[in-house]
Write a protein that binds this ligand. Structure first.
Ligand code: PLP
Length: 370
């Protein structure tokens, strides 16, 4: 056995995205104790920076020490009690994973379905709320990574509020890439991931809960069925002002990386980051058109950072992707679930949403297809 030296790739799939050298070098700094005062000071800065990224004043805003799926579970395991009716919108893979969470925690899932590649239809959410006045929560994916569709989170949250439902929002692919306003839109609980538009290493899941959501957690009649994700316990470590107590050993160096990527987001500014992602999408679209490659999602609901494009007739999906990887060190994504074999997913997330990388991707794809 020898040391592992990974090939140097350009990551333009559905995540992880390319990581800026500043973030990688932050991660290589010396490990200190997870209760060291210097580390605790950095944790407070991470919380402030995440509040900026989520556009929230929620005191409970912190990264869960595990990937996006654990952020998802943190929301559902704390907020769903056995017997709770939860309206869940499914327009791709990750809405389906939400349903799985609801059922595993004893909830009853009321499914609102939309076709893959389209956004969640707010009118269907409203109809489900009216048909189930005892529903407690509406859950949906803001940016469906399996299809590239963006849903109207503001309108769906308003409908949920008008019908006395809390909201759980998946922002794994949206955070940092498109507009997302947790407080202004009235989102009650939200989770994201570090490996997409934040361009940080995978393995952390930023979450944020408002007081309404925390009230539901505090007033549960049953214990949260996960020790690791029980917010009442995690807050003893991440809580504001309180004396920090050991809960689990935090992934110290991964948190250095998150801190650096959030400092970079703050330096760039959220709006500038959104504009950069939008510009990269426009550039990709203009370059794909002459190649006759079209998009799955209509322009109005299309995510700039996750481009699901139709594989041209007669082209071998796997062969193209492996030639891009082997000959150009370029990763693009395959289709998931119902779209497997029919589409490619080209990610323009975080540090991958740059002019020079879009040009490289277009040139490599053209060479392989010609
Ligand atoms: N939700 C969405 C929309 C995602 O795209 C992903 C991952 O791609 C997840 C949840 C799960 O995140 P992770 O793979 O980090 O566990």
């Amino acid at each position: 056995m020898q040391s592992f030296n990974p090939p140097i790739r350009t990551l333009m799939g559905p995540g992880p995205s390319d990581i800026h050298p500043r973030v990688l070098s932050a991660m290589a700094r010396p490990t200190i104790g997870h209760l060291d005062p210097a580390f605790v000071g950095m944790m407070d800065e991470i919380k402030e920076l995440l509040k900026y990224a989520f556009q929230t004043e929620n005191a409970l805003t912190m990264p869960v020490s595990a990937p996006g799926s654990a952020g998802m579970e943190t929301c559902f395991v704390n907020l769903v009690e056995p017997g709770d009716k939860v309206i869940v919108c499914i327009n791709g893979v990750f809405g389906g994973r939400m349903k799985e969470n609801i059922e595993r925690f004893g909830g009853e899932a009321i499914v609102v379905e939309d076709e893959w590649g389209t956004a969640v239809t707010p009118a269907k959410v409203e109809a489900a709320c009216k048909a189930h006045p005892d529903a407690k929560i509406v859950a949906f994916v803001h940016a469906e990574t399996s299809t590239g569709a963006l849903s109207d989170a503001e309108t769906i949250c308003k409908i949920a509020q008008d019908n006395d439902c809390l909201t759980i929002v998946d922002a794994v692919t949206s955070l940092g890439g498109v507009e997302l306003k947790v407080d202004a839109w009235g989102i009650d609980a939200i989770y994201s991931g570090t490996q997409k538009c934040l361009s940080c290493v995978p393995g952390l899941s930023p979450v944020s809960f408002n007081e309404k959501a925390l009230d539901k957690v505090r007033n549960r009649t049953t214990k949260v069925p996960s020790w690791f994700m029980d917010l009442n316990l995690v807050m003893g470590y991440w809580g504001q002002g309180a004396k920090r107590a050991y809960h689990h050993t935090a992934p110290v160096n991964t948190l250095y990386a998150l801190h650096e990527s959030l400092v970079m987001l703050k330096e760039e500014g959220l709006e500038a980051s959104h504009a950069r992602h939008a510009a990269a999408h426009q550039q990709l679209k203009a370059g794909l058109k002459p190649m006759g490659i079209d998009f799955v999602v209509s322009e109005t609901n299309r995510l700039p950072q996750l481009n699901t494009v139709i594989i041209p007739e007669g082209v071998d999906d796997a062969e193209v992707r492996s030639r891009l990887l082997n000959d150009y060190n370029l990763e693009i994504g395959s289709g998931l679930g119902a779209l497997a074999g029919k589409v490619w997913r080209i990610g323009l997330m975080g540090d991958s949403a740059r002019k020079e990388k879009v040009l490289f991707c277009l040139a490599a794809l053209k060479e392989v297809l010609d």
